[in-house]
Design a protein around this ligand. Structure first.
Ligand code: HEC
Ligand code: HEC
Length: 317
């Protein structure tokens, strides 16, 4: 994966001026990271064999294709790696952690946790920063991004830089967006249009949970309306889980917090068997295909394309 961990994230401006569906984002970290986008890609940027991108691969909308994630020491995580699609708008972060409220707080988990180890950086923070800033281009990028640090970089700087990058991972150019927000009537196939009607129907009730521009219930944006994250029990586990986005969902198999379902067909089978309190319904084969076409129309092809200079600056306009 190409991207540097840096991006120009100048405060709460609109993410991509041309993505009509996506609201202006909540204010990111107060610092402005400028001129830091030329940093070369660095697979082992964190000094460990495990980069964020080991588990969050761009071509899979920043997931890893595994049932549950595997950490730097080979330990299995308890859960499926989440997509980073539009994470800037999350109210909370993680499948079951409503109290984690910022990207910066979230990041301490994979970096530092030891049950299970993900990146295994705990106790090695200084070493990681030293190896990063030994690279002249990283050093100059850090210096440009954090002039106030006077060359004394801390883990927080790395965290802020990566969070700024995460805030550029905007999905708003799917066929669905073209159809709904840009008035392109032919952007969706007739089949996907029928699937969309089913998705929003009372009969299925998908949108009672997967609501809003991100299909994940409540979100945080520049309006900063205080919101609680949307958690629900969809019959997969015993506890309520955060309602995940369905944007780019065709790229993020396997599904659910424990990765138990391998395909979208299996997801629809699950919902037909779940029963109350979820809606009881049975789909014909044709209807299931229609819903899957609709879910596929939520893929943003620009999201997985190699980012060009523009793409790394979506929040800077
Ligand atoms: C070992 C694999 C692994 C690595 C490495 C990893 N993650 Fe994750 N990531 C996961 C898993 C698993 C989850 C879901 C955690 C849970 O159960 O809530 C997750 C969740 C997230 C979320 C929450 C998304 C949401 O919608 O709530 C963000 C953001 C995130 N990771 C960013 C990062 C960043 C940034 C890094 C590098 C500093 C990183 N991850 C490294 C596996 C990984
Ligand atoms: C009661 C709320 C609720 C309803 C209704 C609901 N979902 Fe979900 N959905 C969730 C939750 C919560 C999860 C994550 C559950 C977990 O991982 O334990 C989820 C997960 C999913 C996933 C997997 C996403 C991923 O990244 O793993 C898909 C796909 C999905 N739902 C589609 C649908 C469709 C299609 C419908 C309508 C037939 C529907 N959902 C109805 C709450 C709901």
């Amino acid at each position: 994966m190409r991207p540097s961990a840096f991006a120009t994230a100048s405060a709460a401006s609109a993410p991509r001026a041309d993505a009509a569906s996506v609201p202006a984002m909540p204010a990111p970290s107060p610092a402005t990271y400028s001129d830091a986008t030329d940093v070369p890609p660095h697979a082992s940027a964190t000094g460990s064999t495990q980069a964020c991108a080991s588990c969050h691969q761009q071509e899979r909308a920043f997931t890893d294709g595994r049932k549950v994630a595997v950490g730097a020491t080979g330990q299995l995580a308890a859960t499926n790696a989440m997509s980073l699609t539009n994470v800037a708008y999350n109210v909370s972060f993680g499948w079951s952690t409503p109290d984690i409220r910022s990207l910066e707080d979230q990041m301490r988990q994979p970096m530092l946790n030891d049950h299970p180890v993900e990146m295994g950086l705990k106790g090695r923070e200084q070493q990681v920063l030293a190896s990063l800033t030994a690279d002249a281009s990283w050093r100059s990028a850090f210096t440009a991004a954090f002039p106030e640090a006077s060359g004394q970089f801390e883990l927080d700087h790395l965290i802020k830089a990566i969070a700024a990058f995460e805030r550029t991972l905007i999905c708003g150019h799917s066929a669905f967006d073209e159809y709904v927000f840009n008035g392109k009537h032919n952007a969706l196939t007739p089949r996907a249009k029928r699937g969309m009607a089913l998705f929003y129907s009372d009969r299925l009730g998908c949108s009672t949970c997967h609501s809003g521009f991100n299909f994940s219930g409540a979100w945080a944006d520049a309006q900063d309306t205080p919101a609680e994250p949307t958690f629900a029990n969809n019959g997969i586990g015993t506890a309520a889980t955060r309602v995940p986005t369905l944007r780019n969902v065709a790229l993020t198999a396997p599904y659910m917090h424990d990765g138990r379902l391998s395909t979208l067909e299996a997801v629809l089978d699950h919902y037909q068997q779940a029963g109350p309190p979820l809606r009881r319904f049975t789909l014909t084969g044709a209807e299931a295909e229609e819903i899957i076409s609709f879910l596929q129309s939520l893929t943003d092809p620009t999201f997985t394309a190699e980012f060009d200079g523009e793409r790394t600056h979506p929040v800077s306009r």
